[in-house]
Write a protein that binds this ligand. Structure first.
Ligand SMILES: C[S@@+](CC[C@H](N)C(=O)[O-])C[C@H]1O[C@@H](n2cnc3c(N)ncnc32)[C@H](O)[C@@H]1O
Length: 259
């Protein structure tokens, strides 16, 4: 899928951050020259266009917009702060405050932000193979300004890497992270999941490989955790031996305990 990047209609210069974004992502820059996004896309035979806006990059794809926003993470952390409701991801991973957490499927970063909030002395790395998704989320996170310091800190702590997770896992030594986590695109999507529907357009749709799980088991000190639809046959295929999740939720966490 060819993706190009440009500025808003009123700006023709490349801001410093935008030039770093272009260099890191290797996405082709096309000057806007007051043209419509559709015209720019067609002229360059691209499938989608990223516009560098003041709050961060926005991907325009198939009449949808995809950009970073921490809304779901904020709701989940707020539920804990207000009512002490423990998030199902944190329960499934049994996170300790100094754990090292590897999110192998960063997506919009909601799970990584929630984990980061619960790891004040730990570390969070997020890996994303889709270049567009990765750099939109990375720069969206970098430019995000919240008046809630707890949210800002949780977001800023995440290190983002653009790579296929199997390749990244292979580059790591044994026992590098406490928890290795996967939330691949579900084999059968939950149609109600509004938060990820624009993401679906640009995401890597491939199933989780057995090789990725084998590498994760080598890299994890305590647990490998996989999120999928409740009752999914993926749990059996991937050798998840324990399940975590509430009975009134349509999502389950499959767990492989390392020790
Ligand atoms: C369902 S989304 C993850 C949502 C994320 N947990 C969140 O809270 O926003 C799955 C993401 O994993 C990415 N992905 C799929 N296969 C991958 C792979 N082999 N390596 C890295 N990322 C991958 C997809 O591109 C997509 O962005």
């Amino acid at each position: 899928m060819k993706i190009i990047a440009t500025t808003t209609q009123s700006i023709d210069d490349i801001a410093v951050d935008f030039s770093v974004f272009l260099e890191e992502s290797q996405i082709t820059y096309v000057p806007r020259q007051k043209k419509s996004l559709d015209r720019i896309r067609v002229e360059n035979q691209a499938s989608a266009v990223i516009v560098w806006e003041t709050t961060g990059p926005v991907l325009y794809i198939n009449e949808r917009k995809f950009f970073f926003h921490p809304s779901m993470a904020k709701v989940r952390i707020s539920a804990f702060r207000k009512n002490n409701t423990l998030d199902p991801l944190i329960q499934a991973c049994d996170l300790k405050e100094d754990d090292y957490f590897l999110d192998c499927t960063l997506g919009l970063g909601a799970d990584a932000i929630v984990a980061s909030y619960f790891l004040p002395r730990g570390k969070v790395v997020g890996v994303e193979s889709s270049t567009a998704v990765c750099y939109i989320v990375k720069w969206g996170m970098q430019l995000y300004k919240s008046n809630m310091p707890w949210l800002q800190e949780a977001i800023q702590k995440i290190q983002v890497i653009n790579q296929d997770h199997t390749q990244y896992l292979k580059s790591l030594e044994d026992n590098t992270f406490d928890i290795v986590y996967f939330d691949p695109m579900f084999r059968i999507p939950l149609m109600k999941s509004q938060a990820i529907s624009p993401l679906r357009e640009a995401a890597n749709p491939n199933p989780l490989s057995e090789e990725a799980i084998a590498q994760a088991c080598r890299v994890a000190r305590r647990k490998v955790v996989v999120k999928e639809r409740k009752g999914s046959s993926e749990f059996k295929r991937l050798n998840c031996t324990h399940m975590s999740g509430s009975s009134n939720n349509n999502v389950t966490y499959g767990i492989i305990n390392i020790d």
